[in-house]
Write a protein that binds this ligand. Sequence first.
Ligand code: ADP
Length: 459
Amino acid sequence: MKLAYKERIAGRLTLATSLIILVVFGVIYLVANFTVVNSIDRELGLETDKHRDQIFLVEGEIRFLHKDEWQEMEHSQLQLNPIFIEIVDLDGHSMDRSPNLRSHHLIFSPEIISEKAARTIRIGDSEVRQMQIPLFNVGKHEGYLLLAKSFEDSRELLNNLRNVLLILYPGILLSLFLTMRYLAGKSIEPIRQIISKTNRITQSNLNERVPEAEPNDEIGQLTRSINELLERLEASLIREKQFTSDASHELRTPLAVLRGTLEVLIRKPRTAEEYVEKITSAFSSIDRMSATIDQLLALAREEKGKFSVREELELITFLEEITDQIAVEQQRKISFRCEASTPIFAKANEQSLQMILNNLIQNAVKYSTPDQEILVKTGITNSVPYIEVCDAGSGIASEYLERIFDPFFREKEAVDRLIPGTGLGLAIVKKLAQESGIRISVSSEKGKGSTFRLDLLDS
Ligand code: ADP
């Protein structure tokens, strides 16, 4: 059987409380029992002391100091709380007893030595507490005085107390369970509201939030965490949509160029040179599209694949070609400087390094104005080849330097200035660099420009 959470809580609390109550009731009963027995024994002790000096056994005969007192009503009549007295000889044979004992006898135990030790015995149908003391005559032990006091009233009191506790116990447990179940239900009510609210939130209403009722307790924290999670989900969904639209845009532009080129080509017959020129231009559009698609795939794919294969590259030639190509594509002046006097050989995946540089140089172009210099540098430091892409553009605020490699992160300024981008470029760069054993670092100053440095560690 599957119990509801509130029932489980109530059950556990009731179980714990029931044990505590059981102990408390047990202690109450034992204390009451002890107090009652103690009080009877004290009275019995007083009675014993009273009679000890008044009754003597002289050679088998009973003598009284005050005969009248011995015959007092208390011992001869049936009272509510009478004292029973019996005198026995050394062998326990009854010599005399108070009339209120009627046909009954008190119980003599030769083994009882301690004078004040009382015990509970039965006389007929009644329960009594009995004490036994030795009787001496001039130092000679002659017999015993047995005294008893009814235990009936006390027993009734104790039984009543026990019955009340036994009846109360299940009643208390039941009401405890019901109260705790109710309170547990009340306490988890906000959670139930959260569940029903979150169940209603889907992709189409991801902008809705769970109402925050109690701001400072755990439920408030849970609500806030859920709302923050929804916020992140919503933001990521928006970014994903943005990403899809940016990606489509990136593909649509070269596709439109390609279509235009082909349309121009079929409009009328062309010379062989014109065909070569237009088809070459069509190829470059196709290349651009496949480069974009490669970028998208680069971020999407999980496994290490073709980009991890490294071959030896001569960096100076490689970088000159790339900078020229991007300079033409972007229609920007991109300077190149080599800080080494000999060719620089490095182990790298050409396609991957090309994508990394493409992204970095395109960023340098995007985040600077045409009059600001863009410089690609290469060299070797401590036998490690490096490449630097420097620009004198807008620069990056220091608090964002850590985050620019996060997928979809874009500085607010870039978004506000409507600079095209998805925030994926540097995420791809970071991923590719990791796969290719390239350490990437950035230094930047807001308003002064940025330098992205690649150290080709595995060369
Ligand atoms: P995108 O350029 O598509 O926005 P990136 O991942 O390439 O995405 O860059 C992330 C963010 O880092 C950019 O939005 C921009 O704010 C900042 N950034 C990257 N490169 C530069 C740069 N060279 N100069 C200034 N800011 C840059």
